[in-house]
Design a protein around this ligand. Structure first.
Ligand code: HEC
Length: 174
């Protein structure tokens, strides 16, 4: 993927869009300016700076592939659509000072960005756990077992909901 050409010119629209996605998804680890000092780093996530010569010398396609596939502790961000993903690449280039005449605006976005970042991250981890559990079940119990387990979980959730509902109505009546 490293040799994929970037189809997006670093226009203002592209950079604005990239900034949005970067601050929502990446800032939590890599930091607002890409220095590798995001909030999650304080909690032990070893996210590298994106401003080093190593990353500056990566191709656009490499960074694009990194977002798509993740690596090691970095989760995949393939839910960022193709075209938005190239905008994130452009934005990283702006952070790196590689786009002539453009200084990336790293002024604080609303805290909302970071909150979303955490939410997305937790969502990703939960999905990962769910698919690992499902994958394990698949190995042990086969498709039928996995399906039944899924149905079982749904029934348990429903039972919980009904129990709760009973409690609430019970309270209302009493
Ligand atoms: C959960 C924390 C986390 C998040 C969120 C995250 N990264 Fe990373 N990123 C990492 C870690 C950890 C590495 C080092 C991966 C490794 O061990 O190879 C990394 C590596 C990278 C690299 C490779 C740098 C190089 O030159 O080798 C790029 C590029 C990158 N991240 C971009 C992004 C972008 C863009 C986003 C948002 C779409 C993002 N990251 C979101 C943790 C994160």
């Amino acid at each position: 993927m490293s040799s994929l050409p970037n189809p997006h010119a670093p226009t203002k629209e592209s950079l604005d869009n990239g900034r949005k996605y970067f601050q929502i998804n990446c800032e939590v680890c890599h930091g607002r300016a890409g220095k590798g000092d995001g909030t999650a780093v304080q909690y032990g996530m070893p996210a590298p700076s994106l401003l080093t010569d190593i990353t500056k010398n990566r191709t656009d396609g490499y960074i694009y592939g990194m977002i798509r596939n993740g690596r090691g502790l970095m989760p995949t961000y393939d839910r960022i659509e193709d075209m938005d993903r190239w905008d994130v690449v452009n934005y990283i280039r702006a952070l790196q000072g590689k786009i002539p005449g453009v200084v990336a605006d790293t002024s604080p976005a609303e805290l909302r960005g970071t909150a979303y970042g955490f939410f997305n991250l937790l969502g990703g981890i939960a999905m990962l756990a769910a698919s690992v559990i499902a994958g394990g079940l698949w190995d042990i119990a086969g498709p039928r077992g996995t399906f039944l387990a899924g149905a079982g979980f749904a029934v348990i959730a429903l039972a919980g909901l009904l129990a709760l509902r009973g409690k609430i109505t019970g309270k209302g009546a009493g």
